[in-house]
Ligand binder design. Structure first.
Ligand code: NAP
Length: 533
């Protein structure tokens, strides 16, 4: 049976773009379907005010093309969403990617045809047109945080003003000047957008369910000398980053926080604080392994909140009680200071859920709060949400939803037993969201492209994870997650933000170097753990 394409790729973010490029280099035919009207994925959808990367731009960038590395100029330490979107568009132009992409086309279902060993993929376009295409392989590149979570708060549809979700922000932007605004949530998206919305709005009310840890970004324009240095030494920096658990080139202090004398410990925390960014969690190597060490880091940050926030009651409400870094650490610019502004009110809703959204605002603690615009910064159905929106059907017509009813099970976070010739870029069970996404994406794309090449060279049609190999990998992912404090709290890493979602620690927390080694071992042993026919 002849198929339309060797591979169908779902999503035109950083994963889908590079996948297409690599497949073309290896003379495979491929088609990308993308629900949005352009490339960029996360940076296409998340256009809320203040959206920017929390990994430094020179590291959060492709490394597959030294020419691209040299010609692209990042302007700030942490790139803004518009700059990242320009970068994505530049890559699409430079590598002529768009001709094999179909935009405003959502993949709704994909069924494996066991007789012919191919996938039948169904799409739905923005104009309502439905089509079917066939391919030997399907590769998902839908992102880990791409399925927005709109909580089922009673009355949501009754609100009289506009409602915005940070994960699906209007392209034309929103001007809050002179408006009263309510923001629900205080994760990374809220923490980035609240300071900017507060500068525009007449009044901003923030409804906070769980106080969150954040560290300063200390964002700044990039110094041309620094950029020249990076460009001259890109290979070394990228190689160093791959030796770090998070795939980010920053120095990890090998010491233990509890075992370090107080003055020295505080010097280390302070130095990291002044430098800014996620490297704060690398102040000591045991912050996510030892409760006492974690408490020392958490207390350091708690004291900073009290230093910045003038009203003691507000400072207290903003002070997180949980483990630092258990939920994804946030990186901010002026978040706490925003609560000193006279036009900003914090409403602590930790002890009671929002009763309902009303036509003019919302009701909580039996009290009505009125505002013109509602911003839901309520996050995503992480890691599995986007995958399960597509009706994948593997062998015997079994659906992925059914197969994952107790939580996602994968081999290497790349494949699922019973779903032949289906690959996932940064799927659950891979390091993905615990790392710098770009090198993790590139590693997966290279693995998949090399695998397809190897199958072709050996005359094989089908590759499929063996159930036993998958069980072992799932067991290993679970075992390593139990070593860290991260598996202990209610975060989107364990699906706790979505009512009814099975509690499973979804990403692989063993670190990027261990993961790369595991993948390399699998390849060296002839794609060990995969059935190939
Ligand atoms: P999030 O971290 O899941 O935060 C969602 C917020 O909404 C939480 O404060 C949550 O409270 C609150 N919430 C959800 N449902 C609620 C309800 N029914 N009532 C009241 N509050 C509710 O989502 P996010 O901020 O979009 O970030 C998600 C992830 O995306 C981040 O962790 C990060 O990995 C990534 N991200 C990165 C950047 C960046 O800097 N590059 C920026 C944005 C996002 P609870 O905590 O109580 O559940």
């Amino acid at each position: 049976m002849s198929v339309d394409f060797d591979a169908i790729i779902i999503g035109a973010g950083f994963g889908g773009m590079y996948m297409l490029h690599r497949l073309r280099q290896k003379a495979f035919t491929a088609r990308v379907y993308e629900a949005g009207s352009g490339v960029g994925g996360t940076w296409y959808w998340n256009r809320y005010p203040g959206a920017r990367c929390d990994v430094e731009s020179v590291q959060y960038s492709y490394q597959f093309s030294p020419e691209l590395e040299q010609e692209w100029e990042w302007s700030e330490r942490y790139a803004t969403q518009p700059e990242l979107l320009r970068y994505a568009n530049h890559v699409a132009d430079r590598f002529d990617l768009r001709r094999d992409m179909r935009f405003e086309t959502r993949v709704t279902a994909a069924t494996f045809d066991e007789a012919g060993n191919f996938w039948r993929v169904e799409t739905s376009a923005a104009d309502g047109a439905r089509q079917t295409a066939t391919a030997r392989f399907v590769i998902t590149a839908m992102g880990c945080l791409s399925s927005p979570n709109t909580p089922k708060i009673p009355g949501l549809e009754d609100f009289g003003g506009p409602t915005y979700h940070t994960g699906n922000w209007p392209h034309e932007g929103v001007d809050f000047t002179g408006k009263t605004v309510g923001v629900v949530g205080n994760g990374s998206s809220a923490i980035q957008s609240i300071p900017i919305i507060a500068q525009q709005a007449k009044h901003l009310t923030v409804f906070q369910r769980t106080a969150n840890f954040t560290v300063p970004a200390h964002n700044k324009p990039l110094d041309p000398d620094y950029v020249r240095g990076v460009k001259a030494n890109y290979r070394e920096m990228r190689a160093r980053a791959k030796t770090k658990p998070a795939g980010i080139d920053f120095t990890i202090n090998p010491g233990s926080a509890v075992a370090t004398a107080e003055a020295e410990r505080n010097r280390e925390f302070q130095a990291r604080w002044e430098y800014g960014g996620l490297g704060f969690m690398a102040s000591f190597s045991d912050l996510l392994l030892n409760d006492d060490s974690n408490k020392l880091a958490a207390d350091f940050v708690r004291a900073k909140i009290r230093e910045v926030v003038k009203d003691p009651e507000t400072a207290d409400a903003l002070t997180p009680r949980n483990i630092i870094g258990c939920k994804r650490l946030c990186v901010d610019t002026g978040y706490w200071a925003t609560f000193n502004r006279p036009n900003v009110t914090l409403v602590d809703i930790a002890d009671a859920p929002i009763e309902r959204i009303t036509s003019s605002g919302l009701r909580v603690h039996g009290k009505d709060y009125a505002f013109d615009c509602l911003v839901l910064a309520t996050g995503f159905d992480a890691m599995t949400g986007a995958l399960l929106k597509v009706d994948f059907r593997g062998r015997g017509g079994v659906s992925l939803k059914e197969r994952w009813s107790e939580g996602p099970k994968t081999y290497l976070g790349l494949t699922v037993a019973g779903f032949p010739n289906l690959f996932m870029i940064t799927g659950p069970g891979s390091p993905s969201v615990l790392t710098n996404m770009l090198p993790s994406i590139e590693q997966h794309v290279d693995f998949i492209a090399d695998c397809l090449d190897s199958l072709r060279a050996r005359g094989k049609q089908v590759i499929e994870a063996e159930p036993r190999a998958q069980e072992e990998w799932v067991g290993h992912v679970g075992d390593v997650s139990n070593i860290t404090l991260r598996s202990t709290c209610s975060s989107w890493y364990v699906g706790a933000n979505i009512p009814g979602k099975p509690r499973v620690f979804m990403p692989y927390i063993g670190g990027l170097p261990a993961y790369i080694q595991a993948c390399e071992r699998v390849v060296a042993n002839g794609y060990e753990g995969f059935a190939q026919t």
